[in-house]
Design a protein around this ligand. Structure first.
Ligand SMILES: C[S@@+](CC[C@H](N)C(=O)[O-])C[C@H]1O[C@@H](n2cnc3c(N)ncnc32)[C@H](O)[C@@H]1O
Length: 348
């Protein structure tokens, strides 16, 4: 798989060079900034403040561009997209401070902001980002975004669920992946599919994923045994040809947006499973980093995320749905370091 084989100069969480983020100063301070400034009309984000951040961002791109021609193109792209980020900063004033202190000193944070809340915004969890033109590249460890990728509890929970999924996906023959996004479970850490043996069917309604997917897998996904439907799980559930077909179904980063109808979501996924098949999904647990995502990074979705406040309640709820559906909750595993996510494994 093409670009994901690129060599990356980075380090791991356990490295002496890893300086963890401070909860108080990295997360809480910016959340408080949003809350305080929203409450006080005279502290609204001013035109001058926004323009200053624009300048700082341009200075960083200018200082790190390889030549003038590159910077001229980058500047044009930044100016085109600036109104969106300006609106985000007005609505989430904590973002202005975060931009000034961190985000504007990165080549990857600004494009990441533009990707939120889409599936492409998950890339940094795997140390890849989109540059200002949308090209997927490894995030260098010299960019401040790298430490954020390494230490952010939500990104850590994304890597955790991905690693968990890979263990089971590897031995699946017919797999269905709902909310596939950029399919990190198929490439992160060097995992490679055997298209002669495994067939992967994916559902995700975001057609904007097509182009970045072709950067990762090439133009023909079928060469990798992947059939990608750019439609939502509703279509998969309604299509009788998909029922009872899969020995493995996964849906990562989806259920927390559908807590109200979790039972029907699980019923649909289980319907896709063949007898003896495995279903894996996750729920996001309430942590400060999620509040930061909402109040600083402007992470808003049409169907809002509802993180669970207690694992015990989530497990009770999932267990009772499983009982009603006649399936077995085999295991649930909590991301051990920050406890930002829990993964469930169910068998039919
Ligand atoms: C948080 S991302 C998770 C992506 C990927 N599973 C991962 O773990 O990196 C959520 C994904 O759900 C997709 N999505 C949103 N609504 C959906 C639906 N109704 N059916 C399937 N996927 C959906 C989004 O387009 C997005 O790619």
């Amino acid at each position: 798989m093409m670009i994901m084989d690129a060599k990356r100069s980075g380090w791991e969480a356990g490295s002496a060079r890893n300086i963890p983020l401070s909860k108080e100063y990295h997360y809480q301070a910016y959340v408080m900034e949003t809350l305080k400034r929203r409450a006080l009309p005279w502290r609204r984000v001013s035109e001058g403040e926004v323009e200053h951040i624009h300048q700082v961002l341009l200075q960083h791109f200018a200082a790190t561009a390889e030549n003038d021609a590159q910077f001229v193109q980058e500047r044009c792209q930044i100016d085109k997209t600036w109104p969106t980020v300006k609106k985000y900063m007005r609505e989430c004033p904590g973002l202005t401070r975060f931009m000034l202190e961190v985000g504007a000193h990165s080549r990857f944070f600004y494009p990441f902001l533009l990707d939120i809340p889409r599936g492409t915004a998950m890339l940094p969890a795997f140390f890849y980002g989109r540059d200002i033109f949308g090209k997927i590249v490894p995030i260098p460890s010299s960019d401040p975004m790298y430490q954020f990728c390494l230490n952010d509890p939500v990104f850590k929970s994304v890597r955790f669920r991905n690693e968990y999924e890979q263990k089971y996906l590897m031995s699946a023959i017919m797999a269905a992946i709902l909310a596939g996004g950029l399919l990190p479970q198929l490439w992160y850490g060097g995992y490679d599919l055997d298209p002669g043996y495994q067939k992967i069917t994916v559902y995700d309604p975001d057609v904007g994923l097509q182009e970045p997917l072709s950067q990762i897998f090439g133009d023909d996904l079928s060469k990798h045994g992947i059939t990608y439907h750019f439609s939502g799980f509703g279509e998969a559930f309604a299509d009788e040809s998909q029922w009872g077909k899969y020995d493995f179904v996964s849906a990562m980063g989806l259920a927390s947006y559908h807590m109200k109808d979790l039972d029907s979501l699980l019923r649909g996924k289980i319907r896709m499973l063949a007898p003896g098949g495995i279903l894996i999904f996750d729920l996001q647990l309430m942590v400060l980093a999620l509040i930061f995502d909402k109040f600083v990074l402007h992470w808003e979705t049409d169907s809002p995320m509802k993180p669970v406040k207690s694992v015990a309640k989530a497990v009770d709820y999932v267990s009772s749905i499983c009982r009603d559906l006649g399936v077995t909750l085999e295991e649930y595993v909590i991301e051990p370091e920050d406890k930002a996510g829990v993964v469930f494994r169910i068998s039919k």
